[in-house]
Write a protein that binds this ligand. Structure first.
Ligand code: SF4
Length: 460
């Protein structure tokens, strides 16, 4: 590996705007908006014609799916937040929202037939905004309607400030044992400035609660680039975290959304950092994580092998969807809740993103999502190609040849030029049968994806 100074220089050289490969799906073409202008904009026809695999797989066999549930409620707004949320302290909102989600599940069961669920993921908002009783009502409602696969697993995003043992006990009862803690930073001043008062003792308490259940998996999300953060503070936060029984950490750059500045200025001090400072903050965090046995798999995700799930991902046997990297996933992700995205092999769609409109989408007789997209053959091919590159860190010569056959001439020249740069810096290294992402290459996953992405190459 390179020394820090050279790595910093290289990261800055490759720095630039580009595709959202860290997210899923990578790109939202959203060619269908149901505004009456598209001849195929009848949602029920579109869905029934495109809900199964493109190879004509039988529609009578039970479908195994992954489920994503969006629970948007938060008691307080964190000013850096870029999620689809509804801020309220009124917990009366829980039950009607859950009832809407269960109705939405019925809608799909009527059309897809019997379902088996391979995994469930709760995102938000704050999923643990729900009371244990309402969580039980939700899970009972789901699992009375659909069966679970033998290898079923469940994951939930947790705000450590609001976790109680009864809530965790209900999750464990339904085999939901993977926890992603929203930590962001442990410095009290930094956190107070973004309207999220939180400290180490709150985090330790919630981890103690989780650690009582058998075979739990624990990950923490951190952000670098928050106002008031310094290199020392980032290092201190990660040093403290590394002592805790975490299996994974995600270190994300602060997402720059246009509304954040408004919120931040209203609540506290606002500052943005230069690319040099952002890279330096990232490298400080990265070095502490590595000192504590975390290994990078790219896009800011780090794992350590104290858990079988970490091993699967570090060995390149994982998969990814909208919920990030997981041990195993199906090609069918069904998203329930406001703004949730579903991705099927032929089609992806996003529910209405405004809560009241989502309720109308599910409650009405002719409700439809906000937007959708029919995948082309080329998009399906590159979806699979990037999945392999990001999870397994390899691409065979046969796959590369097929990718290159899809570029037009100016795109192909740029692709070859970018590929050559990646080889010169040993970000990609040759294998007998193709290429692999080197250890250094995990820092440059976005640049690697861009070098193959016909959309990026065509726009340059
Ligand atoms: S708790 Fe999470 S989802 Fe809610 S406002 Fe804060 S960052 Fe956003």
């Amino acid at each position: 590996m390179l020394d820090e100074k050279t790595l910093k220089k290289l990261l800055l050289n490759f720095h630039g705007p580009g595709g959202r490969y860290a997210y899923f799906p990578f790109r939202h073409d959203w060619s269908i908006t149901f505004d009456g202008s598209n001849p195929r904009d009848s949602w029920s026809t579109l869905f029934s014609e495109n809900m199964r695999l493109p190879d004509g797989q039988s529609t009578s066999s039970p479908l195994t799916i992954d489920l994503y549930l969006h629970l948007p409620f938060c008691e307080q707004l964190c000013t850096f937040c870029g999620c689809n949320i509804a801020v309220t302290k009124d917990h009366q909102v829980e039950r009607p929202y859950i009832e809407t989600i269960l109705r939405e599940l019925d809608y799909y069961r009527e059309r897809l037939g019997p379902l088996t669920v391979n995994s469930i993921y709760f995102g938000g908002g704050t999923p643990n905004f729900l009371s244990p009783e309402n969580l039980q009502f939700l899970l009972q409602g789901i699992f009375s309607k659909i069966a679970t696969s033998e290898t079923f697993f469940g994951t939930i995003e947790i705000d450590p400030r609001h976790l109680n043992p009864e809530f965790v006990a209900v999750l464990a009862q339904y085999k939901i044992k993977r926890f992603i803690l929203g930590v962001q930073d442990l410095d009290p001043q930094t956190m107070a400035n973004v309207n999220r008062p939180q400290n180490l003792s709150v985090l330790e308490k919630s981890i103690e609660t989780i650690a009582r259940i058998e075979n739990y998996f624990l990950s923490a999300d951190l952000i670098y680039g928050l106002p008031l953060q310094t290199q020392d503070r980032v290092m201190h936060t990660i040093t403290e975290l590394s002592r805790l029984p975490l299996h994974a950490v995600s270190l994300y750059p602060l997402a720059q959304a246009f509304w954040q500045k408004q919120h931040q200025v209203a609540f506290g001090q606002f500052s943005t950092y230069s690319p040099e400072t952002m890279v330096q903050l990232f490298l400080r965090g990265d070095s502490v994580l590595k000192e504590h046995d975390f290994q990078s798999v790219g896009f800011g995700h780090y794992f350590r092998t104290a858990h079988a799930d970490s091993k699967i991902i570090l060995e390149g046997r994982g998969a990814r969807n909208v919920s990030g990297l997981s041990p195993r996933l199906t090609p069918y992700l069904l998203g329930l809740g406001v703004g949730a995205i579903s991705t099927f092999p032929n089609l992806y769609w996003q529910n209405q993103r405004v809560l009241e409109q989502y309720k109308r989408q599910i409650g009405g007789t002719d409700g439809h999502p906000e937007r959708a997209h029919l995948r082309t053959d080329v998009q399906r091919f590159f979806g699979t190609f990037f999945e392999k590159l990001i999870c397994q860190k390899v691409a065979s010569n046969a796959l590369i040849d097929e990718a290159e056959s899809k570029y037009t001439l100016p795109e192909k020249n740029l692709h070859l030029e970018l590929l050559a740069q990646l080889h010169v810096h040993q970000i990609l290294t040759p294998t007998e049968d193709g290429i692999q992402v080197s250890e250094l290459g995990t820092y440059f996953m976005k640049s690697i994806c861009q070098a193959f992405d016909p959309y990026f190459l065509g726009r340059k």
